[in-house]
Design a protein around this ligand. Structure first.
Ligand SMILES: [Zn+2]
Length: 675
């Protein structure tokens, strides 16, 4: 997919236009520090270690940091919106949907009593399959409600022509988080792989199978999934947008997978008004044909039944949700206990009708003046990047012109969308809960399919305003910064000095997202959002040579066990972090507070900028979660998003007197010189 959701865990909006910072009484930067650590040895621990020592990860969390604290405040607000809606008991409109969703999700008596029964009709259908053609027809139906077996697919802008919506088919169908889980030989991954058939077997037993049959059939399911995994590309091999773009006429798709009638399957999933589709990984689809045609019917049905139940286990009775938690949250991510029901209900609702909730959220909680301030910060950071591009000695003038043109064309979306999605066609009632979720998935499938053949709606948001995150969308050449990014737990804007704010927001969010337009993927599309090689040959060689220094730096980092960061897979994010720091700092240097140079609580503005950036990554995660992240996520673990880029920033050495011999010290010849 061209669009990358950028999980900026802890980069809340918090800047102030205040040019005369008052002495700060409560100073979040100073109170979080661990002054027993030398800044040049481990800056992340120096800046954040004090907080981490005082705040162990709660049992129901897999990580704990400033992002979670912001989220905690959001949950309180969202909870109130839901409880109010349920009490009001409106008979129609968004209030009815939110209130009834909440009722069904919190109605644990009915949820426990119903068990798996609400899914019985769908499970019976799976078990009624008599032929391979039936299997694929039912698989198509499962895709329409979010149980994505065998492959993955969806509607998005065409990477080659952003004015057109395209239907894409990609590798998928795995129950483990990534293909590497099926093959890696380190102890941690092996252990998860060994648990997986037990988890599947447990689900089969809950569905009424006896233990012997459940165990044997789970093993067959894993064996078949392993074949799908073997045919799947590695995380780093999914980054090249050209290598993952293959246009096929729908009529020619039958030649792709032996025995699968794709035109019929696509029709059943709701694909319409297009005569071609984009296949990301054709060799996967060729293998899929062979795998399905050679598998026995029982294994195919078991695989589908398992995925159906696993997809909805979270919304069913305790035995199902507990088994799902024990494997995915506990074994894979290290959580110790389940979140309370109200919290899980809010998470589910966010995925189902999040924007509807967001509409109410911003009405009640979003300060409109923040929007204008935030937009101004985007312009300050953009201009800082422009000034940098103008001075780059490795870039040719013709590529420089185009880069600046793209930079100045980046659109910004701040706070909340101007138009809101209309969920009125979605039926939400007071239960069963799991069927509300199933119908919500169907609504989203139809919502996507209805975009095909129509003009692209460039006003759309792919995150809700209450999401604590941000993204760069390559196809629209835009950065999107939701309202929730503007909250800082426990502090008001006026309490935060410019240095903190420029590190915390301008660098780690605004600068980060803008730099994505020029990372290893983003640089391959133009100002209109189309894949297009606008870079000169010499510039490309220079970019790759310079970026490769960062790849090598991250490949050496070893966050847990024997697992290293995948420098190639995380390159785009690491480039965005480094670029964000450089241009966020340049923008900060234009402020009066920087120019005045007054210390606050003993720290210079420059020092506080780096501390503010690190505050944005204040996060402690369980070892399991870090290990999972290394295999599945294009973002480096939090600590390395601070300690990774900083040694490449000259002002970091200046600010803290970093010298040869300090662990983070890098001689200039080994630093990245890109932006
Ligand atoms: Zn990013």
């Amino acid at each position: 997919m061209m669009k990358r959701f950028v999980y900026v865990l802890a980069a809340g909006f918090c800047f102030t236009a205040c040019n005369n910072p008052k002495p700060v009484v409560r100073d979040i930067l100073v109170s979080d520090m661990d002054s027993t650590v030398k800044p040049g040895d481990d800056f992340f621990a120096y800046a954040n270690g004090g907080w981490m020592k005082k705040n162990p990860i709660p049992g129901d969390e897999i990580s704990w940091g400033i992002g979670e604290l912001v989220q905690k405040e959001l949950y309180v607000k969202l909870l109130k919106i839901n409880e109010d809606a349920e009490k009001k008991g409106e008979k129609a409109g968004p209030g009815q949907q939110i209130g009834d969703f909440w009722y069904s999700a919190m109605d644990s008596v009915s949820i426990e009593k119903n068990g798996i029964n609400p899914l019985k009709e769908e499970l019976d259908l799976v078990n009624s399959a008599a032929t391979k053609a039936d299997i694929m027809t039912i698989a198509a139906r499962m895709h329409t409600y979010g149980a994505n077996v065998f492959f993955s697919e969806g509607v998005s802008q065409d990477a080659m022509n952003s004015d057109v919506m395209a239907y894409s088919m990609n590798q998928g169908g795995l129950g483990l988080p990534d293909r590497d889980y099926y093959f890696n030989t380190d102890a941690r991954t092996r252990q998860i792989r060994e648990l997986y058939p037990h988890y599947i077997s447990g689900m089969f037993r809950l569905m009424g199978m006896d233990t012997t049959a459940a165990d044997a059939r789970a093993v067959s399911v894993v064996a078949m999934e392993t074949k799908l995994a073997a045919a799947s590309r590695k995380l780093e091999d999914l980054r090249d947008p050209y290598a993952n773009y293959h246009k096929y006429a729908i009529t020619s798709l039958n030649g792709l997978s032996q025995g699968i009638d794709w035109p019929a399957i696509l029709g059943k999933m709701g694909v319409k008004h297009v005569d071609s589709v984009i296949v990301g990984q054709p060799e996967f689809y060729t293998a899929l044909g062979t795998i399905v045609s050679s598998a026995d019917m029982q294994t195919l049905k078991d695989y589908m039944a398992f995925h159906l139940v696993a997809a909805f286990a979270e919304y069913m009775s305790k035995p199902f949700s507990q088994a799902n938690f024990d494997f995915y949250s506990k074994a894979i991510n290290g959580a110790q206990e389940q979140h309370p029901r109200w919290r899980r209900a809010l998470d589910a609702e966010q995925g189902a009708i999040g924007e509807e909730l967001g509409h109410l959220f911003v009405k009640e909680y979003f300060d409109a003046t923040a929007k204008a301030r935030y937009e101004q910060m985007v312009e300050n950071v953009r201009n800082a990047y422009k000034a940098r591009m103008e001075k780059l000695d490795w870039m040719t003038d013709s590529t420089r012109q185009k880069a600046i043109h793209k930079l100045m064309s980046i659109k910004k979306k701040v706070g909340y969308p101007d138009t809101w999605k209309d969920f009125s066609a979605l039926k939400i009632d007071r239960g069963p809960y799991v069927l509300n979720m199933l119908r919500a998935n169907q609504w989203w499938n139809e919502y996507g399919m209805n975009k095909l053949g129509k003009p692209v709606d460039r006003t759309e948001w792919d995150m809700t305003p209450q999401t604590y995150n941000a993204y760069y969308n390559q196809s629209n050449n835009e950065i999107v910064l939701p309202a929730a990014m503007m909250s800082v737990p426990g502090f008001k804007d006026a309490e935060l000095d410019d240095a903190l704010v420029y590190g915390y927001t301008a660098a780690s969010t605004v600068g980060h997202e803008i730099t994505h337009g020029f990372d290893d993927q983003g640089r391959k599309s133009d100002e209109k959002g189309n894949l297009c090689s606008w870079w000169g040959w010499i510039d490309t060689v220079q970019f790759m040579k310079r970026a490769d220094v960062l790849v090598q730096q991250f490949n050496k980092m070893n966050p847990v066990d024997t697992l290293h960061i995948n420098g190639r897979a995380t390159l785009g994010e690491n480039l965005a972090d480094l670029g964000g720091i450089l241009i966020g700092l340049d923008a900060f240097k234009q402020t009066e507070s920087y120019k005045k140079g007054e210390k606050i609580n003993g720290f210079t503005p420059l020092q506080r900028f780096f501390m503010g950036y690190s505050l944005g990554w204040l996060l402690e995660a369980r070892q399991e979660r870090i290990a999972r992240q290394l295999l599945t996520d294009v973002h480096s673990p939090a600590k390395y998003r601070v300690n990774g880029p900083f040694p490449n920033v000259p002002e970091f050495y200046e600010a803290f007197g970093i010298k040869p011999g300090d662990k983070m010290y890098l001689p200039d010849s080994l630093r990245v010189h890109l932006w």
